[in-house]
Unconditional design. Structure first.
Length: 504
C-alpha cells in the first residue's frame, strides 16, 4: 500500500451489513447491531477509507422486557441509512417484530424513538427511497424464512413521504426462485439513477454468494438482473450486501462485507463505474480488489474506530456494547480512571452467554494482543470477574473469590453445545486481588490466554479457537458477577484496556 492506495478490508472487524450515505463532504455508515445495546452504530469518514465511530442511533431495544436477556442473533438486522428532507433516516428489520425507522436532524442526534412502519414476522433488510422528481416514496424489503417460511424474494411498497406508514399491502417485485441459480436473495438497497429504479442486492449466502443488481423503469417492475461482483479467483469469499455512494466529484464507490468466521463481517470498499451497457461494474471488472487507488478526496490522517480505553471517570467509550438492555448500576462512575463493574447476581453465573451484563466490543480482524488489568473488590464467595472471548463457544480468564475467602486465578471455557462452563486450566491461588489478563489472538482467531499476578506473564490452558454466533462475530467481553443471593456483592475494576499487535 502507498499513500495513493488503500487495502481492503477498510474496517477489519464485524461491522455487519454496512450501508453508507454522503451528506456534503462527509460520509456516514451504519451496520447491524443485533441484540447488543446501544444499537445502530454511526461511523464517519471524509475519504471512505478512514472511519471513526461517532455514536449510536438506538439507546435501547424494544420490547424492553424481551431484551432484558441476551438475544444475540435477534434485534437489529441490516439497516439502511439515508438523508432526506434535512434529516438522517435509518430503517431496519427486526425479524420477530417488523420494520422500524428512526430519524434525526444530525448524525449525532437526537434520534427519535423507534417507529414501527410495518408489523410482521420475517420482514428484514428494508430500504426506503424518496423520488425527488415525483415526490413519491417507496420501500423494499426481503424475507427471513426462519420466521416467515419464505425467502429469496423482495417485496415493494409505496410509502407515505413522512415514512410513518405504508400506502399499500405490498407487491412481490423480485422472485429469485424464477432466476436460474439464484437463492437467498436479501439485503436490497434501493436507488434512482438515469431514469431507472435500481436495487443492489446480494444472493447465494453470506459465505459463498455474490452481489446482484436489478433495474426497472417502474418501481413495481418487471426487473432484469445481473451479477456485478463475485469472488472469481480472489480470496474474498461471498462479496456481499452493501451500499453505493457517489463523491462530490462524481466518483462511484461500493461498500460491502465479507464473512470471515469468528471475525464476523469485515467491510470492503470497491471502485464502481457504469459500463457501456448502463450496468454498474464493481471492483476489477466484477472481482473484488485487494489494493486500489484511493478515492479522489482530500487526504485524511489514518483513523479507525477506537478500541483502547482508560475508562476516565468510570465511563466506557463508544466502542462498548452490552449484551442486552442495561440496568442502572451495572457500571459506576467515579472520580478516577477505570471501569467499575458491579458484581451482578445471576442464576446464569455458569454460562456467560446468558448474561446481559457483559460489556463487549468487536474482535479485531488482525492478529492482536488484548490486555486489561483487573482488581476484584468483592468479599462475596463465588464473586468473579474477567476478560472473555465470547461466541457460540467461549473462554475467559479472571479472578474468583473462593468459599474460604481466598482469591484464585481461574480460566474457563464452554463448548458450543455445553450448558455450563468448565476449567480450561487448574485454578491458581492469587497473591492478591489484582491480575493483568491477556489474550493473544493469532491466525484463524486462535486465542492463547495469559495472566500476570505479580511475578510476570504466564500462559494458561490450551489454545482456544474463537467462534462466531450464528450471524455475529466473536466478541471481547468484560464482566463481573456473583451467584444468586441477596445484598450488594461488591465490584470489579478494569483499567488500561489495550489492543496491540502481539509481541514476538
Amino acid at each position: 500500500m502507498t499513500a495513493d492506495t488503500y487495502t481492503n478490508p477498510i474496517l477489519n472487524a464485524d461491522w455487519s451489513d454496512p450501508d453508507v450515505v454522503r451528506v456534503g463532504d462527509d460520509f456516514y455508515l451504519t451496520a447491524s447491531s443485533f441484540g447488543r445495546v446501544p444499537g445502530l452504530p454511526l461511523l464517519h469518514s471524509r475519504d471512505l477509507v478512514n472511519w471513526t465511530l461517532v455514536g449510536h442511533a438506538l439507546n435501547r431495544l424494544e420490547p424492553a422486557e424481551e431484551f432484558r436477556v441476551p438475544r444475540h442473533d435477534c434485534g437489529v438486522w441490516a439497516p439502511s441509512l439515508r438523508h432526506h428532507d434535512d434529516r438522517f433516516w435509518i430503517f431496519w428489520g427486526d425479524p420477530d417484530q417488523g420494520i422500524f425507522q428512526v430519524n434525526a436532524p444530525g448524525i449525532r442526534g437526537p434520534w427519535t424513538e423507534p417507529h414501527l412502519v410495518k408489523a410482521g414476522k420475517g420482514l428484514i433488510d428494508p430500504c426506503p427511497l424518496w423520488d425527488e422528481e415525483t415526490g413519491e416514496a417507496y420501500l423494499v424489503h426481503a424475507w427471513a424464512k426462519s420466521r416467515s417460511g419464505v425467502k429469496n424474494r423482495l417485496t415493494g411498497h409505496r410509502m407515505h413521504p413522512d415514512a410513518t406508514s405504508l400506502l399499500d399491502e405490498g407487491k412481490l417485485i423480485v422472485d429469485a426462485d424464477r432466476i436460474p441459480g439464484w437463492f437467498t436473495l436479501e439485503g436490497p438497497k434501493l436507488y434512482r439513477h438515469d431514469g431507472w429504479f435500481w436495487i443492489l442486492a446480494p444472493a447465494g449466502g453470506v459465505e459463498t454468494g455474490w452481489q446482484g443488481a436489478f433495474r426497472s423503469r417502474e418501481f413495481f417492475g418487471p426487473y432484469e438482473e445481473k451479477v456485478v461482483l463475485e469472488q472469481k479467483d480472489t480470496d474474498v469469499n461471498g462479496p456481499h450486501q452493501g451500499g453505493w455512494v457517489r463523491t462530490p466529484s462524481g466518483e462511484d464507490w461500493f461498500v460491502h462485507f465479507q464473512q470471515r468466521g469468528a471475525y464476523g463481517r469485515v467491510v470492503h470498499l470497491q471502485p464502481m463505474r457504469w459500463g457501456t451497457d448502463n450496468w454498474p461494474v464493481l471492483g476489477d471488472d466484477g472481482a473484488p480488489v485487494a489494493v486500489h487507488r484511493r478515492p479522489a478526496l482530500p487526504p485524511q490522517p489514518p483513523a479507525a474506530p477506537a478500541t483502547d480505553d482508560d475508562f476516565p471517570g468510570g465511563r466506557y467509550g463508544r466502542q462498548w456494547q452490552w449484551t442486552a438492555n442495561p440496568e442502572d448500576g451495572w457500571a459506576t462512575e467515579h472520580t478516577g480512571d477505570g471501569l467499575r463493574l458491579t458484581c451482578v447476581r445471576s442464576a446464569a453465573a455458569h454460562d456467560l452467554r446468558r448474561l446481559p451484563n457483559v460489556l463487549t466490543q468487536r474482535l479485531p480482524g488482525t492478529p492482536s494482543a488484548v490486555e486489561v488489568e483487573l482488581r476484584l473488590d468483592s468479599e462475596e464467595p463465588g464473586a468473579r470477574a474477567g476478560l472473555a472471548v465470547l461466541g457460540d463457544a467461549y473462554g475467559w480468564i479472571g479472578l474468583q473469590r473462593g468459599t474460604d475467602g481466598t482469591v484464585h486465578l481461574v480460566h474457563r471455557f464452554a463448548e458450543s453445545v455445553a450448558e455450563r462452563e468448565r476449567d480450561a486450566d487448574h485454578a491458581r491461588l492469587a497473591p492478591g486481588t489484582r491480575a493483568v489478563l491477556r489474550v493473544e489472538i493469532g491466525a484463524g482467531a486462535r486465542c492463547r490466554f495469559f495472566y500476570d499476578t505479580g511475578d510476570g506473564p504466564r500462559p494458561s490452558g490450551p489454545v482456544f479457537a474463537a467462534t462466531p454466533w450464528r450471524w455475529v462475530g466473536a466478541l471481547l467481553g468484560l464482566f463481573a458477577l456473583v451467584p444468586e443471593g441477596t445484598g450488594h456483592a461488591g465490584a470489579a475494576t478494569f483499567t488500561r484496556f489495550r489492543i496491540d499487535a502481539p509481541q514476538r
